[in-house]
Design a protein around this ligand. Structure first.
Ligand SMILES: Cc1cc2nc3c(=O)[nH]c(=O)nc-3n(C[C@H](O)[C@H](O)[C@H](O)COP(=O)(O)O)c2cc1C
Length: 455
């Protein structure tokens, strides 16, 4: 008897601050108008995606004293956008990236529980620790936490949020006008927490939401990041999309679950994937090349190197060789990159090595580093590749990243999804009333399974 096909899970990534987004394309739209978000989410719903996914940056990137072009189009508040989307969609999940470093657990837990109520159980939280130290300047502390402290805070944050979500009974509040009982005694249960990062004594103000707990997503790759993921995450958004590397990551992270009493199916891994579609393989390659040239304009390529060299390189030709000057390790030219000075020299040597070996210009090198598309080919080729990754346990699916706002995933939904359906590894409709957890095939959370360290 043949094995049942593993099902492909897909998330739709709304383009934002990153080098994949092309803002110079005439068909590129607003990143702020609600109509853009609405189109994007409706298309994701047409394509029966599991969820729509918003990244987040809490400070504008700056380069040479100005807002960096990768940030210029703005990023409205995540939870407000998702609440709006809850009203104009019915089935698709709504996942927001929200930092554990720059939020407070009680407040964020109630916002997420609220979104879960408003959306009928479609809320998710990408719990990031925000690696970019420059964010700190926008917040009261003005400072920043070390890597290990950020993960300590993230662990305490997630555990506390779970306790708050668990503090109401599953069946919700029981107010009984007939007997005049407002709430059963002990509802909600009091949450008392004293830890290294937080001190909270609370009666949580949002009753248990449709999913019990919003789905927790995680993005972060270090050993600490992977441990946090194995402990708390139900989805991991990774950058491991090359097949062998994806398989290694998948094995590593899923291998951490058993010792925590979790099953492999309780965690899905959905790496970021970019794509270029064509009617023929040749046409797709041309399309990929066109997109890459749009993504890496001559100015973008020079700015990329300036961030590494930490000096003004505007006198250099993007179509020429790498600058022959040495990097400056003095004050920062760009705000927005973590560990700016760490291993700069080694990085410059490595880039020079690649460029010299393959005779690449500045622009070609930057394209090589930032604009190689994960899937390039006909819709049939892309569908079969996605399916192969999932059947061979390199991933559980992908977080698909288009290069345009808001139409970047339209063609994917129209042309690739039907072929995944034909293969039998993708849903043919949403089940009525399915929560995000249901769409992802995740088990229900067990109330009270929060580690003792969080008490
Ligand atoms: C794929 C991916 C996406 C991320 N997206 C965001 C984001 O949108 N906002 C943010 O503040 N941090 C984001 N992060 C940063 C992580 O939360 C984390 O701070 C960073 O990766 C450093 O942790 P690590 O050393 O464990 O990777 C992202 C990280 C990864 C790997």
């Amino acid at each position: 008897m043949s094995r049942p096909l593993r099902q492909v899970h897909l998330a739709a990534h709304f383009p934002g601050v990153n080098s994949t987004t092309v803002w110079t394309d005439p068909s590129s739209g607003s990143q702020i108008d609600f109509a853009s978000f609405e189109h994007f989410a409706r298309n994701a719903e047409r394509g029966l995606f599991d969820y729509v996914f918003l990244a987040e940056g809490l400070r504008l990137r700056e380069h040479k004293g100005r807002v960096h072009e990768l940030d210029v189009l703005g990023r409205p508040n995540t939870l407000a956008v998702l609440a709006g989307l809850a009203a104009v969609t019915e089935h698709v999940g709504l996942v927001g990236t929200l930092s554990t470093t720059f939020n407070e657990p009680y407040e964020l837990a109630r916002q997420l529980a609220t979104l879960d109520h408003l959306s009928g159980g479609r809320a998710g939280w990408n719990a990031v620790t925000s690696s970019d130290a420059f964010h700190g300047a926008n917040f009261r502390r003005g400072g920043y936490l070390d890597h290990a402290d950020r993960y300590e805070r993230a662990g305490e944050f997630a555990a506390l949020a779970k306790r708050l979500w668990d503090s109401w009974p599953d069946e919700g509040p029981r107010a009984d006008p007939a007997s005049g009982v407002f709430l059963d005694e002990g509802t909600p249960s009091r949450v008392r927490h004293t830890g290294a990062q937080f001190d909270v004594d609370a009666l949580f103000d949002v009753p248990r939401s449709p999913q019990g707990r919003p789905v927790i997503v995680q993005a972060g790759d270090s050993a600490d990041g992977r441990s946090f993921g194995a402990e708390h995450a139900e989805v991991i958004f990774s950058l491991h999309a090359e097949f062998a590397d994806a398989q290694d990551f998948y094995r590593d992270v899923k291998g951490r679950l058993a010792e925590r009493g979790r099953t492999e199916e309780s965690l899905k891994i959905l790496p970021a994937a970019t794509f270029a579609i064509g009617d023929t393989a040749e046409e797709a390659r041309e399309r990929s090349r066109e997109i890459a040239l749009q993504q890496v304009r001559p100015e973008t390529a020079i700015a990329y190197l300036e961030q590494i060299w930490n000096r003004d390189l505007s006198g250099y030709d993007a179509d020429g060789p790498l600058p022959d000057v040495e990097p400056d390790t003095g004050s920062e030219l760009t705000h927005g990159w973590a560990n700016r000075h760490a291993a700069v020299r080694a990085r410059v040597d490595r880039l020079r090595g690649i460029a010299e070996a393959d005779r690449l210009s500045v622009r070609e090198l930057v394209i090589r580093l930032t604009a190689q598309h994960t899937f390039v080919g006909t819709p049939g080729h892309i569908a079969s590749e996605i399916d192969r990754y999932v059947q061979e346990r390199a991933t559980d699916g992908f977080t698909v990243v288009g290069h345009l706002t808001p139409h970047g995933l339209d063609e994917f939904a129209e042309r690739v999804i039907p072929l995944l359906q034909e293969r039998g590894s993708y849903r043919s409709g949403y089940e009525e009333g399915a929560t995000l957890r249901d769409l992802l095939g995740l088990p229900s959370p067990v109330r009270g399974d929060v580690p003792a360290g969080a008490r």
